[in-house]
Design a binder for this molecule. Structure first.
Ligand code: KG4
Ligand code: ZN
Length: 346
């Protein structure tokens, strides 16, 4: 045991999609160690995540990763205060590997088990940076599986202001990338390529929806418009400028994400805006959100996680488990994976 550590140590496990991750976090805010075994290379051959392959790979990897995390943190299992795991939303097979592992560790070491909503956990990546975050706040979580705008008047369960009605923001990056022959995952490639292109070269649709759903998102129309543009160009034998296409598509996604988040921040009279999820790694989104808030709502502070904490990791799971740990909200040993778990539930 490392006797210098007096805080609460939580082991977090993450297996909801294609990253196996284990991390030890102290007091929900200090990363002692954070390990990620990515499966991206395996799945990129198939153009997307193959759930059965992901489950098997998690199974092969997780025990060794937990051992390594404890070794790097210089602690034993018994030195922990709790084990936390994301039990949804995500792919059922992959989630089950993390849930079963966490339950076995908690049972063996007689530790409390904390269940964490994966989507809400993305928010907690912002609490690992050492910056104080003032409530009330509005948070945009944009990942490969979800796009949600949340309002947190105070610490605790979020109020969902809106969510995507069809494809998630990350999902359209991945699908457009596949249609352009750029591979998986699409976000980082389109981000890089788009930086060299003209975002105003092609005008793609932006969906703002009616008054009832004005904080909801819809990206499937944009996805179809990009795919149609590619088809028509190919049919006509015209060469597509990939950088301009990537820049124009990216600009359409980012504009809607920024507009709705800024509107929500103004309406909810918040002190902070948080970005989270894989799409928060997007350089145009980071820049445009910063510029728009500085221009339109200068008193509001913007928090964006460092790149490595935007995409899936276990440090955010351990951080998200800290408030329920302190409140004694533990999960039973018959905890199950809930693939369709919604925000505001765990
Ligand atoms: O949060 P995450 O790691 O996993 C889920 O919980 O889904 O998000 C992965 C998603 C992928 O769709 C990926 O293409 C997207 O985040 N992504 C990005 C960027 N980096 C990752 N999207 C846009 N720009 C990026 N730089
Ligand atoms: Zn995620």
């Amino acid at each position: 045991m490392n006797r210098h550590r007096k805080g609460i140590l939580i082991l977090g496990l993450e297996t909801s999609c294609d990253e196996t991750a284990a991390a030890v976090v102290e007091d929900g805010s200090r990363i002692i160690c954070s390990l990620i075994a990515s499966q991206v290379e395996i799945h990129s051959r198939f153009g997307g995540v193959v759930p059965e392959i992901a489950s098997r790979r998690h199974l092969e990897t997780i025990n060794e990763l937990v051992d390594r995390a404890l070794t790097e943190a210089s602690i034993n299992l018994q030195d922990l205060d709790a084990v936390a795991v994301s039990n949804g939303p995500g792919l059922v097979g992959p989630l089950l590997v993390g849930v079963a592992t966490a339950k076995a560790l908690a049972y063996a070491a007689r530790l409390p088990l904390v269940a964490v909503n994966h989507l809400e956990a993305h928010l907690y990546a912002n609490f690992l940076t050492g910056h104080a975050i003032d409530y009330p706040l509005v948070a945009l979580i944009a990942s490969g599986g979800h796009t949600e705008l949340l309002h947190l008047p105070a610490p605790g369960k979020p109020v969902v202001l809106g969510r995507t009605r069809d494809d998630a923001a990350g999902e359209v990056f991945d699908k457009v990338s596949r249609a352009m022959g750029l591979g998986y995952p699409g976000g980082p490639v389109i981000d890089r390529l788009g930086a060299e292109g003209d975002p105003e070269r092609i005008t793609f649709p932006r969906a703002y929806l009616d008054d009832n759903g004005r904080f909801d998102f819809s990206f499937s129309g944009l996805k179809s418009a990009v795919i149609n543009y590619l088809h028509h160009s190919r049919q006509r034998g015209e060469e597509v400028n990939a950088a301009d296409l990537a820049a124009s598509f990216q600009s359409a996604v980012v504009e809607v994400l920024v507009d709705k988040t800024v509107d929500a921040a103004r309406e909810c009279r918040v002190k902070s805006v948080l970005l989270a999820g894989g799409v928060a790694a997007n350089s145009r989104l980071r820049r445009c959100m910063r510029e728009r808030l500085a221009r339109n709502l200068p008193g509001i502070s913007l928090h964006i996680p460092p790149l490595e904490l935007c995409t899936d990791n276990a440090a955010m799971i351990a951080a998200a488990a800290f408030p329920p740990y302190r409140e004694g909200r533990f999960a039973p040993l018959h905890l199950n994976a809930v693939p369709g778990l919604r925000s505001g539930c765990s």
